[in-house]
Ligand binder design. Structure first.
Ligand code: PLP
Length: 388
């Protein structure tokens, strides 16, 4: 990987250390160019006319994701964010009174609250599988909890509040064996982990554009396996997701785009397609290796700092590193780092209630590295932290 070139295409690298890639990564220049060009075209010739003139670039979105996830372009839909994609799919599931959904301890607030909403409105039951001592979902317990009422496994691949990578492939094997639907939240893994939906064995997968994929804010996607599509009833339709064929009937589109809206952020869709191509051209396997190696270095350097505790350990770790500084609120640490032009974020207990209660943690600091970060930035970051 040519880090100098990658950083030259990421101009903010000159001014700051961006360790908030799990929040929103910095977009590379080709992504920004695609975004701005489309907005300028809309300004110059009109929104609908710009839409007509960029059909191929819009279509590229689906092919780019097909390449990223190893699926067909017809299995991809453009959705405005990961939460919307997750919610739409859950609402579309054929679930009735007494059905059970299995989920994990690491679920993000919006994901889990959508399950609670389903429990309230459709009387489904939620089963939370705890993590094992490595911080990953306990496969043995998962296996034991399966019975004929379980209709869905809905799981986050890489949590927002810890560095673990859950064993998505092993969970997929269990789901397939028992013929249970499997929905994977790849919001934090897409763009940093090499994803192959066939290998994972998921029926549905969701994510957003602005995180490790380095796309624009306000963009996201969903994948729905072709064979699963007809089991799902979109909670709402419009003249894009369906055709009004007779006075009193309509026909749904025969691809994943039946979950899309006619009106959408066209510039964002084109630019996210460019971001995905950018990642695929670099190679997801090379990206994964580089991110893991930077994160391992960050963890080991942090562990040597007095008064700093790192909250994750083990083999299967992502680019997300969480830590606490003794005697300092997470928000204060984040603010001090920002004063040194270092971007990090705070993983709040309130947005990860199940996990934080089990791990007896309050808000923690989160530094999330990407391939365009450097070893020198890690050293500078740790120096600032140790001087506080
Ligand atoms: C694991 C996980 N899932 C879902 C989401 C929600 O994504 P979005 O804000 O794009 O809806 C986040 C956001 O940080 C997340 O970390």
């Amino acid at each position: 990987m040519n880090t100098d070139l990658l950083r030259a295409q990421t101009p903010a690298c000159n001014d700051l250390i961006h360790f908030n890639n799990a929040g929103a990564a910095l977009s590379p220049q080709p992504v920004n160019d695609a975004l701005f060009q489309h907005l300028l075209l809309e300004q110059r010739i009109g929104g609908y006319e710009a839409g007509d003139a960029t059909q191929a670039a819009q279509e590229n979105f689906y092919h780019a994701f097909g390449r990223l996830l190893n699926c067909n372009a017809r299995e991809i839909a453009y959705i405005e964010n990961a939460t919307r994609a997750w919610t739409l799919l859950l609402q579309a599931m054929p679930l009735t009174h007494g059905d059970r959904i299995i989920t994990g301890q690491s679920e993000y607030a919006s994901n889990y609250m959508t399950l609670l909403h389903l429990a309230k409105t459709r009387h489904i039951r939620i089963e939370v599988i705890p993590n094992d001592s490595s911080g990953r979902i306990c496969l043995e317990t998962l296996h034991d909890k399966i019975d004929e009422d379980v209709r869905l496994i809905a799981l986050t691949h890489v949590p927002s509040q810890s560095g673990v990578i859950h064993p998505a492939v092993e969970v997929g094997k269990i789901a397939r064996k028992h013929r249970i639907f499997y929905l994977l939240d790849a919001c934090q893994s897409a763009g940093q982990v090499d994803l192959d939906v066939d290998q994972i064995g998921c029926d549905m997968l969701t994510g957003s554009g602005r995180k490790y994929l380095r796309g624009p804010r306000g963009t996201g996607f969903m994948y729905i396996r072709q064979s699963t599509q007809d089991y799902l009833e979109p909670p709402s339709i419009d003249l894009h997701s369906a055709s009004w064929t007779r006075k009193d009937s309509y026909t749904l589109r025969d691809d994943a785009r039946r979950f899309e809206n006619w009106e959408h952020y066209v510039a964002g869709k084109i630019a996210l397609g460019v971001a995905v191509d950018y990642a695929c051209d670099l190679g997801m396997s090379a990206i994964e290796t580089r991110v893991r190696s930077l994160a391992a270095r960050l963890r080991s350097t942090l562990r040597q700092l007095p008064g700093i505790s790192v909250h994750e350990d083990g083999e299967h770790l992502s680019g997300i590193v969480t830590f606490s500084a003794e005697g300092q609120e997470a928000a204060a640490t984040q603010q001090r780092l920002r004063e040194h032009q270092i971007n990090t974020s705070v993983a709040k207990r309130q947005t990860n209630l199940l996990d934080f209660s089990k791990r007896k943690l309050s808000d923690v600091n989160r530094a999330s590295v990407h391939y365009y970060n450097t070893e020198a930035e890690i050293d500078a970051f740790c120096q600032v932290l140790s001087a506080q």
